[in-house]
Design a protein. Sequence first.
Lengths: 543, 94, 196
Amino acid sequence: MNEERTEKSYLEMETKYKGIFAWIFSTDHKRIGLLYLYSIAVMFIVGAILGLLMKFELVAPGKTIMGAQTYNGVFTLHGIIMIFLIVVPGLPAVFGNFMLPLMIGAKDVAFPKLNLMSWWIYIIGAVVAISSQFMGGGAPDTGWTFYAPYSFQTDTNMLPAVLGAFILGFSSILTGLNFIVTMHRMRAPGMGWFKMPLFPWTLYGTAWIQLLATPVVGITLLMVVAERVLQIGFFDPALGGDPVLYQHLFWIYSHPAVYIMILPAMGAISEIIPTFARKSIFGYKAIVASTMAIAFVGYFVWGHHMFTSGMSGTALYTFSILTFLVAIPSAIKVFNWVSTLHKASIHSSVPFFWAISFIFVFMIGGLSGLVLGALATNVHLHDTAFVVAHFHFIVFGGTGFAFMAAIHYWFPKFYGRMYDKAWAKIGWVVFVIGFLSLYLPMFYLGIAGMPRRYYDYLPEFHGPNILSSLGAFVMITGLVIIITNLVRSARNGEIASKDPWKGRTLEWTVDSPPSLENFDEIPEVVHGPYDYSIEEKQSGKVN
Amino acid sequence: MNKENHHIVPYWVYFAVLGALLFLTLITVLITRIELGALNTAAAMLIASVKGLIVLLYFMHLKFDQKIYGIMVGLVTAVFIAVIIITFFDYFYR
Amino acid sequence: MHRDDEASKIGMWLFIFTEILLFGGLFVVYSVYRYIHPEAFKLAGEELDWVIGTVNTVILLISSMTIAMSISAIQKKDKKLALGLLYATFIMALIFLVNKYFEWNLKFDHGFYPSSEVLQELGHGTILFFGLYFFMTGLHAFHIVVGMVFIGFIIYYVHKDRITFDNHQLLENGGLYWHLVDLIWIFLFPLFYLIH
């Protein structure tokens, strides 16, 4: 279906720069979104290879391909990359940048130059962090959590790792700042807050977390630098400091950080389900309230990462209760997504499959989180493979699956082309089988007592580890299929229309791909999002 | 759109604010000379908070701005204070 | 693109929130260690000169007033007064830093600095107090330097009439930043200089 374009696509726009410079110096939110997409994809491949190396090592007890020190360096870098370079920037940087202005009827974000700066800071932070692998002292071996006192006692290259993370924090903060101002000031006429779609709402909650939590880890990392360089004493017991205070400060950011990871993921799911159900989302206001509740309460549960650290009894049960409370709004969202499907006209497609499988793995991850949030069981499971399973289900399953759903959903808008649907389905099936096979055994292994962050284990854990490591290979195969399909389709896929999915939010009213300024005329918004009229529901299937 | 920019704060208001701040500074110095034990910190922090509030309302213009700014400042302060209090659930009860 | 002053103002406030949380982390550390080492903090606090501290506090409060007034001045189209007030703000910032420099040097001369032997002898509470003192006042002084650069740019733009009575959000934002620096000091001052 070829529709007449009035303006050139943003992909083909000529600017005063030539070649690659037209991209890396572009202040267009769509190009910046793609810059993030490609940087994140490259970093993800590196992080995934590191993960694969770990699974290789763990396929048998004893040393398989690496010893303890190397293994420590591998899981540290794997964590640093996956957390700071993939899932924290993840959906906001790619889909927030590309879609937010489109979804609220704006031409760009509030501060386009600041937006470009955010990406450059991301690149610089990445380079600094990864440089830690190549200097004299050896790769950092503390884990991505940089716990004191080891983080200031180890001879490995902590400074570039810690400073890299510090720099990356600025990228996150500036993105959050940009999005908040964008949503306050640039919604199209008629789009009140409660006519705004749900993905922007989650970006709003996320942005506040990025803004308020990140500085705390920033200053904490600077304190670690001060320990290493000046022996300042904040976390050094020999000088009067308390290592547990490091943990408090670290998790005061890093717990809210997981809500940075999951809220936009939930937002993407909230976009996709109504579209393929051809039905308005069930409980729009409840989802908005849940989003804000998660963002707010999420600031006060950080101690559940520290149940075995020696905190007071009061702290223990306070954090445990709050952890159970914060699960409630997430559960509300799951109910609402499922309720949307009730009596809906479901059109299956790959984004929808990713969304449904998101709900499945997110629930497993979330429920295992409750097991960890209970004090008695936590003592048994802390620092075991159970924890590793939990966070991979909820972060990789959650943010990762939602990312996959989002890239397949918004792909036609990005590139004006459709991906190969058959290969996309195959990729999904292979990936999910591999994912489940990789991570489910870890629940059992953790309960049985296998510790995390160990390159070796007792012989009785061998069987499930084989299954897990095989799963890794299957999952990577699925990943290769998915990425290859997307890359090829971006160049040679079938031309896509403005609105291949019959979506009801503003991004589907503009060209695929959009022109530089998105809208020929800023729209006047009358209806809320997801406004499916009765006629639409009865009109039958659309590809 | 920019209604606040049309509101010009008279110079005397700023002088008065400075006066209040200097006065409160004097009070803080004096009050901490008296031995009040734990209340010393509380008193000093209370006065500092009042000074801070005056700076926010007048120098930083919150009194004359749209309500949303004040709400944001309030919420951020509340989150920060909550974080300190919850941290003390650990240290106070160890 | 149409200029949006309100967006710029919100952006500045959001940045200020990040600064509050940045220093906030240090205030958490301070409050925990003061709670754990009340006596040592008291004794260590007496090593600091409360007179310099008070003078610096007064200087910063006055400088906040001058920059706030400069906004009214520019709104009243009194460019000369605005510039005068901005220069006064800048100079007071400089005096604050000079005082700080002398203060710190005095401390270094007496053997008070992170990882010094003098501190080691005096014990954990003292080590933590001075660690916090140097880190927090140091970070604060860094923010003053940044503020001076910001004010420097503003002074230049006022000279060049790029900041005027109907285009002065940058000046307002600079003011907001400066008041933040003042606010932080309002809390630092009693916590370090007034524990006896």
